[in-house]
Design a protein around this ligand. Sequence first.
Ligand SMILES: *Cc1c(COP(=O)(O)O)cnc(C)c1O
Length: 495
Amino acid sequence: MENIVYKSTRGHGEPVSASYAIVHGIAADGGLFVPQQLPVMDKELSELVDMNYRELAYEVMKLYLTDFSEDELKYCIERAYDDKFDTKAIAPMVHPNGTNILELFHGATLAFKDMALSVLPYLMTTAARKQDLEEEIVILTATSGDTGKAALEGFANVSGVRIIVFYPKDGVSTIQRLQMVTQQGDNTHVVAMKGNFDDAQRSVKEIFTNQDEAVRMKNAGYMFSSANSINIGRLVPQVVYYYWAYLQMVRDRKIQLGDKVNFCVPTGNFGNILAAYYAKAMGLPVGKLVCASNSNNVLTDFFHTGRYDANRQFYITTSPSMDILVSSNLERLIYLVCKEDGAQVQELMDSLRQRGSYTLPMDKSVLEEDFWAEFADEYATDNAIRTIYQKSGYVMDPHTAVAYSVAERYQNETGDDTTMVIVSTASPYKFPTSILQAVEAEVPEDESSLMQKLSEISGTPIPQRVKQVLNSPIRHHRVCEKEKALAEVRGILGL
Ligand SMILES: *Cc1c(COP(=O)(O)O)cnc(C)c1O
């Protein structure tokens, strides 16, 4: 097996091991760690088809995390993908009304972030041991709603780690907020930031790349790391479920081994869809990756024009986890498109920081082989929720509905009849109000009645985790201005 090392998208520094990249989260030059070359699957699909999720996860992850021993990696995987998930399939595939939907929301916090964040804490603590770290790790995380809770849940009471989460004060759903502010664990800290997700993400990245602060922290016995999808330890576990989806499609007799499938992914920070791209690069038979955005359609415009321009109105939508204008993981794609020229990536990212925009130095047609992009506005999103509910009784959350709507548009506009898999990223129970409005049901005032109503119309039980959140005391009350993140972090650490 080939040894895979990681380097920065911005070209500086020596290549590092996977465990180094996971512990540090982001490269010292502000770039993201990427594998020096993308691995290729070393088994035939026919050898993978009967594996369970954990076995498959090992086959995929071992190709990226080559400095982890077999025992170490299997330990991480066994601990992560257990009965925290409410189904043995971990990520089941369902087929309402002739569609193919990959449900990634069966973990502890009811969103796809659990797929990676249930394993990241184990990868991180194992990596820290391998790196002989002496400092306590401080995980800094910006969340658009779902990462925060999934990271808190994953890292709560993990020894040697503290976690601080910043979420946009008015930018998350009620359940998302309650999930975070009721979090247990003495090592967990939650801060509402007066700003949007981009403000939170920028603040956290600034702290990461502040070298003076890093020295201060080291002297105080701390080291920062990230649970956001800038961490390669988030991305690698996400590659697994694209293989899993494909193999389930084979087992469900929707396709035959070797057939191509397309994936339509509801996209914000470009982490989920990038994992699909990595799976394709490893040899999975994938046709098009359809990048679905909401009204914050900066990525749609980017794929259509080759110009990334974040200078635009920011909308708060019913799919808040995609309310993002600066999409971090796109940098990893840009790096590949720029033929791994770090200096060029640096230039584009400097332009993004200074002017809020950049233009690809080559023709945008380089993206068209693999990607197609569109967006669904609020009307189209509601319409998708209502249509599929009326046809089949299946209730999908607004993020999934964005993908559903865009997938339909892709098929209508291109005539491509390759089998489409829609990636479903959140449980409807995270967004009951939007769903009840979309299907024109009565919308009760209080959260418990909302859940009850959603349960009635969908014929599904209210998840245990939702009931718990509604009955738990609020433990976190911090609020900060968007310029004051660093001061908040210092305050929390008592510095
Ligand atoms: C995070 C999230 C997304 C966006 O995923 P990215 O990897 O950031 O593109 C979509 N839907 C839900 C429900 C999410 O939590």
